[in-house]
Ligand binder design. Structure first.
Ligand code: ARG
Length: 459
């Protein structure tokens, strides 16, 4: 059962430790479905080309389906001496159907086989991930809509800058996720090219029909060059880069949620179901979910560097190094899926503390730019207006009052152009409503942006 398919030229058995050291079956068995799918397509093509008989093809297809059923029923015994998922499946097939099973590998190598398996697997995972991104985007749209009018301070340098609306802020995250979604689909387009037919590296002597196999497996086309086909892992690196950018976004987002849910900010409250407590401090409610997502970004960045380093010195064509591409990819997919799922669920249950957000916006002279713009409308050049408002802010800082709390006489000492209509521009709602153009924070612009975004998601 465990006779190695390649044992012919060897005189000594594999060292026991080497056998375990070189085996990948413990992790690559995860690819079994794609391995079988690829084999069925390959056998179907071989029969169509007259390389296998129809009876042999039927036996192979039937046998592979039995193997799949046994794996899924948990009845399959994975063998380390058989090294990887490919040889495990092939050997079980031959056990099940006899000699026809030995013909499956005609015109094929594990090199083009594994490259195909990983692409089939990743293609499907990308579809799932893209769906999860959409679900998170939907949650953000709903939250943005609920909080389209809620005012909070916008920050630059983490210092209060100008008032913005919570809806507008959520829509910023929505846009980033939209690009992440597009990046993944773009990666999918490039990876959807079929390596099969490249065989070990140079192609095969059999009259194969690669276009037909590609069609059976829903690939856009067969890979152009056999050497490239078996040794290219760009798609894995590209996927990891896309994943790293996505995790970077989620990590930044997490940082804000962690800050905002602290007592010092108090802008938002995460639902109890998404927080945990402390074993010693009874009062604690910790934002573990965003913290963990922020933390997970580290390992994803690491995998990107790991894969780049894995590839950087490999001569053409296939090298065993490539076996090391799988664990990082699996880890990325698992953690990305988990992070997106928990985020989509969590964002549906975020509540805003409107009072705290407004207080914070009032405290930081966030309408100073509005006052400068007001002076410009009264004919003062912007640079002079900036200077005037700066002095008014300095007074406010000395007296511990916001601009809107300074009496008219105080404000007028800095410019005669200030009259009692100034207080309208110093309000938070007036300030956000005034940024009333495409991309601005005005509530009606946010609602329009949400409507466009909903449209985009249905297109
Ligand atoms: N387990 C191997 C991998 O993941 C499969 C291909 C092995 N090919 C070879 N010639 N050793 O890359």
């Amino acid at each position: 059962q465990s006779a190695k398919p390649w044992a012919g030229r060897f005189n000594a058995p594999t060292d026991a430790f080497v056998e375990a050291f070189t085996a990948s079956v413990d992790f690559d068995r995860r690819l079994y479905r794609y391995d079988i799918q690829g084999s069925i397509a390959h056998a179907t093509m071989l029969a169509r080309q007259g390389i296998l008989t129809e009876a042999e093809r039927d036996a192979i297809v039937d046998g592979l389906e039995q193997v799949r059923a046994r794996i899924e029923a948990g009845e399959f015994e994975w063998s380390i001496p058989l090294e990887d998922v490919h040889m495990n499946v092939e050997s079980a097939l031959t056990q099940a159907i006899g000699d026809a099973g030995k013909k499956l590998h005609t015109g094929r190598s594990r090199n083009d086989q594994v490259a195909t398996d990983v692409r089939l697997w990743l293609r499907e995972e990308i579809d799932t991930l893209a769906g999860e991104i959409r679900r998170l985007q939907q949650a953000l749209l709903d939250l943005a809509e609920r909080e389209a009018d809620a005012v909070l301070p916008g920050f630059t340098h983490l210092q209060v800058a100008q008032p913005i609306t919570f809806g507008h802020h959520m829509m910023a995250w929505f846009e980033m996720l939209d690009r992440d979604h597009d990046r993944l689909l773009d990666c999918r387009r490039r990876l959807n090219v079929m390596p099969l037919g490249a065989a070990a590296l140079a192609g095969t002597t059999y009259p194969i029909d690669r276009a037909y196999t590609a069609e059976l497996l829903d690939f856009d086309r067969p890979a152009e060059n056999s050497l490239d086909a078996v040794s290219d892992r760009d798609f894995a690196i590209e996927f990891s880069a896309d994943a790293a950018i996505l995790m970077m976004h989620l990590s930044r987002f997490s940082e804000e949620l962690i800050l905002w849910s602290s007592a010092q900010f108090g802008f938002v409250e995460l639902s109890d179901s998404f927080c945990t407590g402390s074993s010693i401090m009874p009062q604690k409610k910790n934002p573990d979910v965003p913290e963990l997502v922020r933390g997970k970004s580290g390992r994803i960045f690491g995998h990107l560097i790991g894969l780049l380093t894995l590839m950087k010195a490999q001569p053409l064509a296939y090298n065993k190094d490539n076996q090391e591409d799988k664990e990082p990819l699996f880890d990325i997919v698992d953690n990305l899926k988990g992070s997106l799922k928990v985020y989509a669920d969590m964002m549906g249950h975020v509540t805003c503390n409107h009072q705290r957000m407004r207080e914070a916006a009032r405290q930081g002279f966030s309408t100073a730019t509005d006052l400068a713009d007001y002076l410009v409308r009264k004919g003062i050049p912007f640079r002079d207006a900036h200077e005037i408002v700066g002095k008014a802010v300095a007074l406010g800082v000395r007296e511990g009052r916001d601009l809107a709390e300074l009496p008219l006489e105080s404000l007028r000492q800095f410019s005669e152009a200030i009259t009692d209509d100034v207080y309208a521009v110093l309000t938070l709602d007036g300030s956000v409503a005034a940024r009333d153009h495409l991309g601005g924070t005005a509530p009606n612009q946010v609602r329009a942006a949400i409507a466009r975004a909903r449209q985009r998601l249905t297109d």
